[in-house]
Design a protein around this ligand. Structure first.
Ligand code: ADP
Ligand code: MG
Length: 396
């Protein structure tokens, strides 16, 4: 699908997206920059992507009429969040190319299916193993959990994000209580791993099988939410980074995945003074940890998604600057001791060298809400670190 093309009725080449959050917004911006028209389906009148898209279909994600309109408007369709109902993607796919496909999204929606896929990749030698785990759907499976999975983390198989839907458990009593609290829904119990650091890898794969990898991102979370991503020399040991990239490409290839995929990894103690890789989870879409690509790479993760979805060539991304990304959460709008929301000090932040502000156009700030991010680039790692230190001081 070439940008700027029109069909027989004069309709411009249009990319559709399920979901209107910030990831959809940045996809829409990348698509529009390349000359595509865009259509967003999201029930929220103020959705960040809907606000700037050529078309905004305000309907539920499983609404037959809304889906039919999205298909009629779009030449190809993607998704910006993994909890799109898989049947909705399947219905769209009957009319238009949809990337990633419903089957891949269904696997990413379910931690047990996701881990089973990681195990298959590890078994054939192309992947990296997940933490030891057990799927818990029934009281019998709960009772049969192996002792060496404790202490562990109980996670709901579906709908968890930003550390929600999880409980740390020390012993069997805590495990049973946590499963009760989570509503006895299907869960996965994972062994608690000795994390030294966390990283993630973004790849883009086209329908022709071409698959390219972005550099490996080192991630720091606060309260279960991504806070900082660093991508520069010295952040991750090169041999581990290469393994993570190869494993991520294998995960995408074995799914026949089309689009942008992010896979998260843990760096754990290997028991011999070194570090080993453990695969955690995947997101069938661009990812918060990949936002630095907007300013530090010659192609952003969103442009890569446009290229993959539209069937345009994918070239290996080149990072041209060390980068640090700081997430801007709604908490910043609430200065200590004040009732009303205040505007953060953008002027002082933008006066620092190498800062690039990205705000998502959300009308109201709430603590914990992702409002935007600050990408920091510069000539050297030291320069980028220095700016990050100053930015963090301004942000308080
Ligand atoms: P979410 O969908 O909320 O991102 P994750 O599975 O990524 O869920 O877990 C959130 C965070 O909890 C991880 O980034 C990591 O810091 C920590 N965590 C998750 N699983 C484990 C584990 N098995 N061992 C140690 N820490 C873990
Ligand atoms: Mg995670």
């Amino acid at each position: 699908l070439l940008p700027g093309a029109t069909d027989a009725s004069g309709r411009p080449a249009t990319l559709g997206v399920m979901g209107g959050g910030q990831l959809g917004r940045m996809f829409v911006q990348a698509a529009q920059a390349m000359g595509y028209a865009t259509a967003v389906l999201d029930p929220d009148a103020d959705s960040p992507a809907g606000l700037i898209s050529h078309h905004h279909i305000r309907s539920a994600y499983d609404d037959t009429e809304g889906l039919a309109r999205l298909a009629a408007l779009s030449d190809a369709i993607t998704t910006e969040f993994e909890n799109v109902p898989a049947p909705a993607l399947a219905a769209l796919a009957a009319q238009r190319p949809v990337a990633p496909g419903a089957a891949c999204v269904a696997i990413a929606q379910d931690r047990a299916a996701e881990k089973a896929h990681f195990m298959r990749c590890a078994a054939d030698g192309s992947g990296v193993r997940p933490a030891p785990y057990a799927a818990i759907d029934t009281p019998e499976q709960l009772a049969a959990v192996a002792d060496d999975l404790l202490p562990g983390i109980l996670k709901t198989a579906r709908l968890g994000y930003d550390g929600k839907g999880q409980a740390r458990v020390k012993d069997r009593a805590e495990l049973a209580a946590a499963w009760d609290r989570l509503g006895r829904v299907p869960c996965v119990l994972e062994k608690l791993m000795p994390l030294r650091a966390e990283c993630s890898v973004i790849v883009a794969r086209g329908a022709n099988g071409d698959c390219v990898s972005f550099p490996v991102q080192k991630n720091t979370h606060h309260d279960g939410i991504l806070a900082v991503t660093e991508v520069h020399e010295g952040a991750i040991e090169p041999a581990l980074a290469r393994r993570a990239q190869a494993a991520t490409i294998a995960i995408a290839q074995q799914l026949g995945y089309v689009g942008v995929l992010c896979v998260e990894y843990f760096l754990v103690d290997d028991g011999q003074g070194g570090l080993d890789l453990v695969v955690n989870e995947m997101a069938p879409r661009p990812h918060n940890s990949g936002h630095y690509t907007q300013n530090a790479c010659d192609v952003s993760q969103f442009e890569a998604q446009v290229r993959a979805v539209a069937g345009l060539p994918l070239r290996p991304p080149v990072q041209h600057s060390p980068a640090i990304m700081l997430n801007l959460l709604g908490d910043l709008w609430f200065a200590p001791g004040r009732e009303a929301a205040v505007t953060p000090p953008w002027d002082a932040l933008l006066a620092l060298p190498g800062t690039h502000l990205h705000l998502y156009g959300k009308a109201s700030a709430r603590p914990g809400r992702k409002m935007g991010h600050l990408n920091i680039t510069g000539p050297t790692v030291a320069a980028v670190r220095d700016t990050a230190t100053k930015a963090l001081a301004l942000l308080g």
